[in-house]
Each structure stands twice: as C-alpha cells, then as structure tokens.
Design a protein around this ligand. Structure first.
Ligand code: FAD
Length: 530
C-alpha cells in the first residue's frame, strides 16, 4: 500500500447522541480539518433519535467542555444544567432511612494520610464523609460548589453536572458543525460495504448512498450497527454481578420556580433496585432501575408511582407516561476491531449507579484524540492498546458498582440476598473485601495511577455503608503526634465547612445568576479559595 492510500484522512462517526457529538467535537477541536488533511463526518438517523437519558456527569466533563471550547456559562444556560457534587445513597445499608454521601472532593489531605485512621480514632460516630470533607454539609443545604465571580470551570469544591441530555446533544452538534467544521449528514443507514481486507469501506445511507471513510466510530447506541451487527463482536455478560436490566424514566416539573435544586444525584434503594432523582434547572429527571428477574414492569410502575407520591406530591402521575428502557448488562469483548471503534452505548452498558457511561465516552474521546493513528498500518497496535485499557476500565466499574450491593445489610428481598452470594461477587472484589476487614483502602490498593475510582471512593462507600475495618491495635511510635495532626486537620475541615456554608450561593441561586451574568474567562487554577 502506498503511503497516500495508507493514511487515515476520513473519519466517519455513526450516531448523533451524546457519544457521537462528544467524540466528534473533541476530535474536531484538536485537529485541523480540511479536505487535504482530515475530514470528519457525523451521520445520524432521521428516523430514530438519541436515547435522551444520561443526565449526570463526573467532574471530568468540565475538562472535556473546556477542551472542546464551550464556555461554562453557555453550557449551563443552553443545557438547563445544574451543579452536581456527588451522590447521596438512601436506604442502601439497612433499607430504612439510612443514607451516606459519595462526594466528588477527596478527603482533606488524602494524598498524605489515610482518612480512615483519624475518622476511626476521633470522629465519635460522625458519618465518614462528613468527618473528612466539608462537601456533605454543603450538599445538605443544596449549595453550589462555586460563586458567580469565579472563572469558568474553577471551583471551591469539586463538581460535575446534571444536564438535559437532549439539549446537550443539540449544543454539541451546533458547536461541532458551526464552529469546528464537522460535516453533518441526517440519513438512516441501511448497509455497510467492506473492502477486500474486511475493513469497512463505506456505510450506506438510505438517501445519501455511500459515505466512505478510513476510520469509523460506532456511536449508534444500543443498535450497535458496526461493532455488533456488522462485525458480530459479542458482549461480555455481567448480569451475574449486576442484575438490573430495566429502567422507567419520567420527567417531573418543580412545584414552584423557587424549589431548591439538589447538588447531588439522589439514589434511593428499593426492594429490587434503586431510583434516581436528578435536579436540573427547569425539571427533575426521575427513574426507577430494576431487575426484571425480581420485579415485574407493573410492580416497578407502582413503585415509581409511590416514590413520586412521596417525593413529588404535586405531580399528577396518571398523566405522565414513563419511558421504559431495557438493557443488557455487559460490554463488548473488543471495542476496536479492524478500522472500527465503538464508543458509548454501542460499546456496552451497565446500570447508571455511579453515572459512569459518559466518563467512558470522554476517556475514549481523549484516547482517540491523543493517539489517533495517522496510518491504517499503525492502527492495529493502537486498537490493541485501546482494547486492553477499556476492558480494564469496564471491570473496574463493575467491581465498584457491585460493592454498593455486596456489603449491604439488607435482606428484605431475594434481590438483596442474591447480591451477597459469593459467586455473584467478582473474585478481585471478594479478596479486597477480605483484606479491608483488616486494612482500610489506600493508594497502594489501586493498580494504576489513573484508575476511575480512587481509594477515597472505596472509603466513602465502605464506611458510608457501615463496613467495619478492625482497629490495627498496634501503635506506631508517632501515634500521639498523628493524633494531634488529625485534630488540626479535623478543625480545618470544620472551618472550611463553616466558610463554604456561609459564602456559597444555593444551586438555584447560582443558575439564576447565570441567566444574566457570566463566569469570568480569566485563566485560573481549578481550585479557587473562598
Ligand atoms: C436508564 C439510563 C440512565 C442513564 N443515566 C446515565 C447517567 O446518569 N450518566 C451517564 O453518564 N450515563 C447515563 N446513561 C448512559 C447515557 O445515556 C449514554 O451513555 C449516552 O446518552 C450516550 O448514548 P449514545 O450516544 O451512545 O447512544 P444514543 O443516544 O442512543 O445515540 C445513538 C445514535 O445512533 C443513531 N443511529 C441508530 N441507528 C442508526 C441508523 N441505522 N442510521 C443512522 N444513525 C443511527 C441514532 O439516530 C442516534 O443519533 C444512562 C443510560 C440509561 C439507559
């Protein structure tokens, strides 16, 4: 093959949901596009739209938006977005009104000291997250993580977003097409054409005909047109670890424009799954996730109805029609095959308990941007690295989600009892749980520096749910000095909490201010002092 024919010059993204537009925008913001060097075409069906759910993000979304070139003010205004500082898990431990936070900020001084030790020694029954971070108190009061005077994407406390998925895809589309030069085709694909080596040569639109490319990015959602249907790459089934395979989603208005907007995703456990409750500017998104092996659709509907009666009594449930979504818990055995890479729902999906789907899209887009193969002959090596990296990430996610179930004390239904059966728990999690009986999770637990869930996340969930790590008994020679340091640190956490609670606006107030004012665009360090 001559060098010219070997070059990767035409990228085709199939699918215009959040995944497709995020990947297209990320690539187009980085690479110069022209007919001589690189073209980027996104084709999406004019018959079926995006899935329209996926409304909670991680803090990584701030970096992604910044790299794409969208200001935070524009994003918040256009997407009805609010600020998310983590998750509040209700009823996971004992099934009563118990709750705990998994905040986005790490415990104070996490890099130097294991917060478990000071909590164990000094906290006097205070919940773990409240004792080591000022963020839960801020979330209790529905406060925002920053002030209007702070720059775009800077923060006092780490945060991501709650956003309107439909509006988000629209904003990304306009930005990618009008400002970054992505070519947009609206046509339903009806076929795939292969070349003599088995690579995809073109996809075939019903009206448009052949759309040729050198690299195809399959963002076609659950349809999985290229990686699943064309290449028949199967899925690794994870339903033996995570049982949920259905969701009922509904959009709920606020009772009044003054209702507070929660700064966390509320995740309330029920007898066969859990219910999410996400506050945007103009509405809430509520959804019941459940296992069809443990609950019928009718029971799930009744469960959603009683949740709304309790948590949104102003809503006339009979006139709202929840959307039913079915999914298989699993991920592709290979994400990148020949000249096709799958990103988003076409690559896999597991229940959205920690909102981990969009972050995988962001990481995939980042990988592609950093390591985009310039030549077809160099593509297989990059594909191999991508496959290894993302297989690892999926197993990490499954392990972490399973932790929420495996250590629950609930035994009020077959669902919860089965979640604790040993063969439903990944082997690596079982062995870590055995170790955590004696040693709290800490940096050296994790295999890699860029793991999705740091040891702090494991601590928030374990100790939030009442897991007991035994006192090591043995005292180090510096025991007394460490106690003094911990007391000082605890005092600093309490002072920070008081400062934040006094100076931060509510989530509702900050989004209101953003309708007429903007965050400043001066360069910043991510953390701003209050
Ligand atoms: C119940 C539920 C809750 C979720 N909650 C979260 C969350 O809180 N946080 C999070 O990070 N993620 C969440 N997710 C995942 C999130 O919704 C997705 O990761 C995200 O929306 C990306 O979807 P997508 O772009 O891959 O697919 P889709 O949005 O389904 O887009 C698929 C695209 O492919 C196109 N297409 C399909 N067939 C054809 C064809 N024949 N020809 C041309 N185009 C075609 C469609 O037109 C569409 O544009 C959730 C998912 C579910 C199911």
């Amino acid at each position: 093959m001559t060098e010219e024919f070997d070059q990767v010059k035409r990228i085709v993204v199939v699918g215009g949901g959040t995944a497709g537009w995020l990947v297209a925008a990320r690539l187009a913001a980085h690479y110069e596009l022209s007919s001589e060097t690189l073209t980027l075409t996104l084709v999406e069906s004019d018959q079926t739209g995006p899935i329209g759910v996926g409304e909670g993000t991680w803090p990584s979304m701030r970096t992604t938006l910044n790299k794409i070139g969208i200001t935070e003010t524009e994003f918040v205004r256009e997407c009805g977005a609010s600020f998310k500082q983590g998750s509040k898990f209700i009823g996971w431990s004992r099934g009563a009104e118990d709750y705990y936070y998994h905040p986005f900020s790490l415990p104070q001084d996490h890099a130097e000291e294991n917060a478990w030790w000071s909590w164990q020694n000094l906290a006097n029954n205070e919940p773990f997250a409240d004792s080591v971070s000022p963020q839960p108190a801020v979330c209790d009061r529905d406060l925002a993580p920053k002030q209007i005077s702070m720059p775009n994407y800077a923060y006092a406390l780490n945060y991501g977003y709650h956003l309107d998925a439909g509006r988000f895809a629209g904003l990304l589309m306009r930005h990618a097409v009008e400002r970054l030069g992505v070519c947009h085709i609206k046509d339903h694909l009806i076929g795939v054409e292969s070349d003599s080596d088995g690579d995809i040569a073109a996809v075939i639109g019903k009206n448009y005909g052949r759309i040729e490319g050198d690299l195809f990015i399959d963002c076609s959602g659950f349809e999985s047109l290229l990686i699943g249907k064309h290449f028949e790459i199967g899925k690794v089934d994870c339903s033996k670890y995570l049982f949920n395979d259905r969701a009922l989603a509904v959009q709920v208005p606020y009772a009044t424009e003054l209702d507070s907007i929660s700064s966390v995703t509320l995740g309330t456990a029920h007898d066969a799954g859990w219910t999410w409750d996400i506050g945007l500017q103009h509405r809430r998104g509520v959804g019941r996730v459940y296992s069809s092996s443990h609950q019928s659709d009718e029971q799930a509907l009744e469960g959603l109805k009683s949740y709304l009666k309790r948590e949104a009594p102003h809503v006339d449930f009979e006139s709202s029609s929840p959307r039913k979504l079915s999914f298989e818990s699993g991920y592709r055995s290979k994400f990148w095959h020949r000249n096709c890479v799958a990103i988003g729902l076409s690559a896999g999906f597991v229940e959205p308990l920690e909102a981990s789907a969009l972050v995988l899209v962001e990481l995939s887009a980042q990988f592609l941007t950093d390591q985009l193969p310039a030549y077809r002959s160099g593509m297989d090596a990059v594909a191999d690295r991508f496959n290894r990296q993302f297989t690892y990430r999926w197993t990490e996610i499954i392990r972490f989600l399973k932790l929420h179930y495996a250590i629950s004390s609930r035994d009020d239904s077959a669902y919860w009892r089965q979640h604790k059966e040993s063969d439903s728990i990944p082997e690596s999690l079982r062995s870590d749980l055995a170790r955590w009986n004696y040693q709290a999770p800490w940096h050296h637990d994790e295999g890699r520096i860029d793991d999705l869930f740091p040891s702090a996340s494991y601590q928030y969930v374990l100790y939030g749910m009442g897991f007991q790590t035994r006192d090591p008994v043995l005292r180090s020679r510096s025991h007394a000095r460490r106690l003094t340091q911990y007391r000082e640190r605890q005092l600093r956490t309490q002072q920070a909490q008081a400062r934040f609670c006094e100076h931060l606006p509510t989530n509702r107030e900050l989004v209101r201010q953003l309708q007429s004012q903007s965050f400043s665009s001066v360069p910043h360090s991510a953390v701003e002092r209050l």
